[in-house]
Design a protein around this ligand. Sequence first.
Ligand code: SF4
Length: 257
Amino acid sequence: MAANPLAPLVRIPESILAEVGSGRLDGAPPERVIEWGFDRFAPRIALSASFGSPEGMVILDLMHRIDPKRTRVFTIDTGRLPQPTYDLMDRVRDRYDLEVELFFPQPEAVQKMVREKGLNLFYESIDNRKLCCHIRKVEPLERALADLDAWIAGLRPEQSVTRTDVRTVEVDSVHGGRIKLNPLATWTRDDVTKYVREHHVPVNALHAQGYPSVGCAPCSRAIKEGEDERAGRWWWENPETKECGIHTGSEAEGSGI
Ligand code: SF4
């Protein structure tokens, strides 16, 4: 996979790279993974939350329990999010008393794209969809990561066919060699649901309406019984193309928020 040219390179100490390479953290409990990340990277580590999946909210709750002072969370406001996602951001700010670090697309780039291709360009072709994801998600993500040596995501292998090789801790070569933590890599959907219920974690109201994964409003729908969790994202495309570039680093291969 090609390195993302927008991503600045970061220098991670050899001792940390050796720990990651050893695989010692693979499958470790989420609390241990988060503590490991805090101890090595804070304050240059943050959770990337979409506010559209329960996994991110579970990790945020865990981070806050472990150390509220070292808990940072950022999100990308694409400008096309549904209202329940904004409602959840405000609930999170109130409940955890923390600032959600918001990043927005470059207005000039959005304006040019929409003037040339229309507001709903993403339905017309995969190239158009990837262009929109790049401008509204991938480029703002690069700015969010510029301040970080490590980032945390809520990826789980069973979410979809594009996520089967997720590791608990990995070197993210497509984002400048940063360390990426996926503390829930070994959790099942049931584990996530149980944690949310037991700890009264706030989640997106659309989950109760059949949306296990909520992204931009025009590109998310409720799923049917038996479909995988991300089947409602870009449902008009093949499953193999359905990432937006945030977790693959390349809009040509699809991202994840
Ligand atoms: Fe654009 Fe849809 Fe991607 Fe959102 S999910 S950035 S609206 S193509």
